[in-house]
Design a protein around this ligand. Structure first.
Ligand code: G3D
Ligand code: MG
Length: 223
């Protein structure tokens, strides 16, 4: 897992490049078979496997993206099949900065359960975690059981963003992860600014020409 010294800090400085790097942990949550693993694979590998992928044993996949000229290392965590037994634990939520809540538009039960997943998040995840609801399998319109409006309504109710996606047809997968990453980065930047604002004239803004990783302003995300 994370053995690299830099890995325990969401924002750290790449000492060779003298620039700040971000790493963001995102969880993918939802009922079994809604397409969580497929979404992760589509985003991280740009591939879709029609063959069932056993998630047992998979921890996370990484993709580095660029936002506002900054490198963002996104760690996408899969439930490793835990959701089957409704045993998603606090340990899984630890250090998560973003959560994708996924349902299957062809399975109404998976949509109804989003409310339970939100409750689960409220119980276990950090209070200010960024969330987004995804209605997956939108390539299967003929089998649709949940209207787009219902999805949007639920998202509005909870004050979070919503998109319909297809891991199979690669619809909105990039957009969804980029949107969540952008919102998380904006939140991190706000915290960074707040923590480095001069206090009584003696404070020092977190500058890019210091060599030590910056860890103090944010609780460590030990993975
Ligand atoms: P999970 O990780 O949430 O349990 P999986 O879900 O990613 O394992 O996907 C469950 C099934 O849904 C798989 O089918 C997978 O191929 C399919 N699937 C995932 N995403 C999509 C999508 O966007 N569109 C369509 N049409 N199917 C999708 P199998 O048959 O292999 O079990
Ligand atoms: Mg899975």
């Amino acid at each position: 897992m994370a053995s690299d010294d830099d890995m325990d800090s969401p924002i750290y400085e790449d000492s060779s490049q003298h620039e700040l790097r971000y790493q963001i942990k995102v969880l993918v949550i939802g009922d079994t078979a809604v397409g969580k693993t497929s979404l992760m694979f589509q985003f991280c590998d740009k591939t879709y496997s029609p063959i069932f992928i056993s998630t047992i044993g998979i921890d996370f996949k990484i993709r580095t993206i660029e936002l506002d000229g900054k490198k963002i290392k996104l760690q996408i965590w899969d439930t490793a099949g835990q959701e089957r037994f409704r045993t998603i634990t606090t340990a899984y939520y630890r250090g998560a900065m973003g959560i994708m809540l996924v349902y299957d538009i062809t399975n109404e039960k998976s949509f109804d359960n989003i409310r339970n997943w939100i409750r689960n998040i409220e119980e276990h995840a950090s209070r200010d975690v960024e969330k987004m609801i995804l209605g997956n399998k939108c390539d299967m319109n003929d089998k649709r059981q949940v209207s787009k409006e219902k999805g949007e309504q639920l998202a509005i109710e909870h004050g979070i963003k919503f998109m319909e996606t297809s891991a199979k047809a690669s619809i909105n997968v990039e957009e969804a992860f980029f949107t969540l990453a952008r919102d998380i980065k904006a939140k991190m930047d706000r915290k960074l600014d707040a923590s480095s604002a001069p206090k009584g004239g003696g404070g020092q803004k977190l500058a890019s020409n210091q060599n030590q990783p910056k860890k103090s302003w944010w609780k460590c995300a030990i993975l």
